[in-house]
Write a protein that binds this ligand. Structure first.
Ligand SMILES: [Fe+2]
Ligand SMILES: [Fe+2]
Length: 467
């Protein structure tokens, strides 16, 4: 089992590569807002004034500035996504959007575009083609999806994602499902709070719709989960956890029916919080024993609510009851519970650190492995971390025997057991230059990626405080 106790030598070890400076939350927010405003402004300006002359060149150059800063800080893509009736950049909602952004959102909706993703190396010529697509007459682009339009014009570093789905009885998009999810879950949480009742059927239907969208899209997980809204943290958290359970279950190759029951159970894992006093739920920082006990009760309260609602479908009750229980290393856990635990803690870490990109996702998975490893089924956590991109070729870190290593080839399932090359043996038992397939040595060391700075001051107890 991984954990600091296994002897990760972080004390004397210097990160093997100069890590890029991580952006603070405030810097990220301000850059994201800049991207939204400048992209929307250029899009609008192009339509008003045409695309000629110095003014236009300056406008495009202005868009490149915040984009460049985000890539510089390690972003692997910059996403502009529809979020409810607004826009989110890197998953961060643009609050109080200026009118150009509101118009831009209208245009995206009219084209059925849900996510625009800009990849490193994107240039002003690429952006011009994007604006051309958004501004073209509907008749000219009707027959073609944005992706095809861009490819035909040689643009490779801009991706357009239409998330409209055919199926599940009509056309739905992730945005619709999310908004519906908030409503449906909100109603069920409300009923649970006032009458102590919940309709498992309604939640199941929501799970099906959610699953269709999540599994049918190629949208990055980080974008799918970026629907954060302070006022209804509980609901957003529930949708996020269900999304992550669905992604994990699907990657395990489970059949659709099994994925669906797990997603349903995940949606209600925290429903017992409706029985916890508001003051305890909104409390931040160290908790007294009495408050902690009240918070801890949400697991058993949730199980009771869900069992009352349906004795036949007991999985949601089991997931609610055990989602915080530390697994017994000698006993196999129930898969739905284990997947929910991973998703739950991941979304908690995400909330606390506030990251919205691939680097943050990998950092969170690494944090869970290094600092909280004994709480999870190690195989499932390794798989989850792999889904988040940990252990990719070229990544650097340590072995827990001390050597500085670089990943030569990722393991398809196990993020922390790739094939590595020893860059510097330090005082470890392997020699510099050795190539080791960690997966072939199940009792050998594991790969410990560098933990991004933003996670270093986070303690597992902070995550517990979220429940
Ligand atoms: Fe939770
Ligand atoms: Fe919980």
């Amino acid at each position: 089992m991984a954990g600091e106790g296994k002897g990760i030598r972080s004390s004397g070890a210097v990160p093997p590569v100069a890590s890029r400076p991580a952006l603070t939350r405030a810097e990220l927010e301000s850059l994201a807002r800049d991207v939204a405003i400048r992209v929307a402004g250029a899009n609008h300006g192009r339509r008003l004034y045409g695309q000629r002359g110095q003014g236009w060149a300056r406008t495009l150059a202005a868009v490149m500035e915040p984009l460049g800063a985000l890539f510089e800080a390690g972003a692997q893509e910059v996403t502009l996504a529809l979020l409810g009736d607004g826009l989110a950049v890197q998953g961060l909602p643009v609050t109080q959007p200026p009118s150009a952004v509101v118009r831009f959102v209208g245009q995206l909706k009219a084209r059925d575009v849900e996510i625009i993703s800009l990849l490193p190396g994107v240039d002003t010529a690429d952006l011009e083609v994007l604006f051309e697509y958004l501004g073209a007459d509907a008749a000219d682009v009707a027959a073609m999806r944005g992706e095809g339009w861009l490819r035909e014009r040689g643009v490779e570093r801009v991706r357009i994602k239409h998330l409209k789905l055919v199926g599940s009885g009509g056309m739905e998009s992730f945005r619709d499902v999310y908004l519906r999810g908030r409503r449906v879950l909100g109603r069920q949480f409300q009923r649970a709070a006032t009458d102590g009742e919940v309709s498992v059927g309604a939640v199941g239907e929501l799970a099906r719709a959610l699953m269709d969208v999540v599994l049918g899209s190629e949208a990055p997980v980080a974008t799918l989960m970026a629907l954060r809204d302070r006022d209804d943290y509980q609901l957003v958290h529930s949708v996020n956890v269900a999304t992550l359970v669905g992604v994990q279950a699907e990657a395990l190759g489970l059949d659709e029916a099994e994925v669906q029951v797990m997603v349903t159970a995940a949606l209600t894992h925290d429903i017992g919080k409706t029985r916890v006093p508001e003051a305890v739920l909104t409390h931040r920082g160290p908790m007294g024993a009495k408050e902690q006990a009240l918070l801890d009760r949400h697991a058993v309260e949730g199980a009771r609510l869900l069992l009352d609602a349906s004795v036949k479908a007991s999985l949601p009750a089991v997931v609610a009851q055990f989602h915080h229980a530390v697994p017994d290393p000698g006993l196999p856990g129930l898969l739905a519970v284990e997947l929910c635990r991973v998703a739950d803690v991941f979304d908690g870490v995400r909330t606390l650190v506030g990251f919205h990109d691939a680097v943050g996702m990998q950092g969170a998975a690494t944090f869970m492995w290094r600092r909280m490893g004994d709480r999870f089924n190690p195989y499932l956590l390794q798989r989850f971390a792999r889904l988040a991109g940990v252990g990719a070729a070229g990544a650097q870190g340590w072995l827990d025997t001390g050597e500085v290593v670089r990943v030569l080839a990722p393991h398809p399932e196990l993020a922390f057991s790739p094939k590595v090359e020893v860059l510097d043996a330090r005082d470890g038992p392997l020699r510099t230059g050795a190539q080791v397939d960690l997966a072939a040595r199940p009792d050998g060391p594991t790969f410990q990626p560098v933990l991004p700075a933003a996670f270093r001051n986070l303690a597992p107890a902070d995550v517990d405080g979220l429940g």
